[in-house]
Design a protein around this ligand. Structure first.
Ligand SMILES: [Zn+2]
Length: 199
């Protein structure tokens, strides 16, 4: 694993020490979907994005998740923001869920993912703009839905049609290396940076 980059690192670098401050702010209490603490975490994410000069939006909607012989409905609040590129074609989506399970403050799952996105966005804002737009998506109700917030974004939000690559972050486990898992077809590009030829 790479060494922890301290908070005094240049603004253009990703610093795990800076990201850790977000985890401390987020993981104070359990914050499952629909709870007051969930709303507090959401407000924190929005305020952090605004501080970076971004214009976050909230997708408030009802997500429907088919079960075995029933359908679960969930009111979700997805937070998203867009970092505009200089000559955009397809956008890159960075995704993390901000809700926790009901019995844990969710530092790892997935305060760590939210912190990763916030620190990444801050570093990107300090750098010259990229060519393509970067969309930051903080989904609600991953845990109990399951994945109700993500489903609502995919099924109901117009931005889904503009996306060329999705990098979804998840906090499974709490030690060991970070690995790529649950990939989609042709996702080797995310490892090598070189487009795969068609199999
Ligand atoms: Zn998770």
């Amino acid at each position: 694993m790479p060494a922890v980059v301290p908070a005094r690192a240049p603004a253009t670098e990703f610093s795990a020490e800076r990201a850790m401050e977000h985890i401390r702010a987020i993981a104070q209490e359990p914050h499952p979907v629909g709870s007051p603490e969930n709303a507090r975490v959401r407000a924190y994410i929005i305020s952090q994005l605004e501080e970076m000069g971004l214009s976050p939006e909230v997708q408030q909607t009802t997500a429907l998740i088919p079960g075995r012989g029933n359908v679960q409905a969930s009111t979700v609040y997805n937070v998203m923001a867009r970092i505009p590129g200089t000559k955009p074609s397809r956008a890159m989506l960075l995704d993390a869920h901000y809700d926790s399970m009901p019995m844990t403050p969710g530092a790892s799952d997935c305060g760590s993912c939210v912190a990763r996105l916030l620190e990444t966005a801050r570093a990107l804002q300090a750098d010259p703009p990229l060519q393509n737009d970067v969309i930051l998506l903080f989904t609600d109700d991953e845990e109990l839905g399951p994945m109700a917030g993500a489903a609502a974004f995919v099924e109901q939000h117009a931005w889904i049609n503009e996306i060329g690559l999705v990098l979804g972050f998840e906090g499974i486990g709490r030690t060991g290396p970070s690995i790529m898992f649950e990939t989609g077809p042709n996702s080797g590009i995310a490892l090598s940076g070189v487009p795969q030829t068609k199999a």
